[in-house]
Design a protein around this ligand. Sequence first.
Ligand code: 13P
Ligand code: SF4
Length: 305
Amino acid sequence: MNEINEKKEKIEQLKKEKNAIILAHYYTVDEVQDVADYIGDSYALAKTAKSCDADTIVFCGVSFMGESAKILNPEKTVLMPDLLADCPMAHMADIEKIEEMREKYDDLAVVCYINSTAELKCHSDVCVTSSNAVKIVKALPNKNIFFIPDENLGRYVAKQVPEKNFIFNDGFCHVHVSFAAADILKLKEKYPAAQVLAHPECREEILALADYIGSTSGIIDYATETGCNEFIVCTERGVEYKLKQQNPGKKFYFPGVKWFCPNMKRNSLDKIIEALSTGAGEVHVDDAVRECALKPLDRMLELAK
Ligand code: 13P
Ligand code: SF4
């Protein structure tokens, strides 16, 4: 048995011993996806974290994901293989600006992308993910929407909900803003039958070229279900693994250099073994923060149903 398979076997054994479940995002490395019991987009992962009956959740993702899992499940042990795996965008909004907007606008809802710290969630009215943001914003009774932290997702949602007034914040994902229209056009010239699939964290000029815009799960499901056989994919490269597994006969092209999220790649088999054997990487959320951050997360789960 090779070394990787030995590690995978060890993880299976530890999962049974600890009654643990492994949740992983599509952007983690292939071998981490292989040992996951569930792989999904942020919304599906949050829902699974809430509904699973394991004693321990090993969350292979970035901080806001592990933190949200703990907020939704205070009684469970949530472990992150690497506590330094953080999403820079999660910090790109500030409380003073939220308070300023609350003073300036009446009938305001602060809509917080789940890619945010628990503290930012505490100051928000509802959380959203890329797969449910349009539905949730439409359902809100408020006229004014302050969308934090991601400007690009905010602008994408605003286009689908023209009846509301949006105020944007200047947060961004360094991975998704790196896609360039020129690279996509070059690929389109080379593969004219290919459809462009994009994550809504991409800039407006990229989304304007897309045939389909959606979350990571949305992109994978669309590519799997549609009759088209070639795709230009504008999101983090980790999705390639599942896309190819589910669609062995289809072709996937990624524009520009290999865009990847260095934080998601911090999750590894060795760190999962360490976390499961020693309890390293336990996620703790202060009780007061947990209580207030739970409200917008629960509201998201309710409105997204
Ligand atoms: P999804 O919810 O679409 O998986 O997105 C998470 C993310 O971090 C995208 O960069
Ligand atoms: Fe954050 Fe971007 Fe990485 Fe997603 S891809 S976790 S938004 S840095």
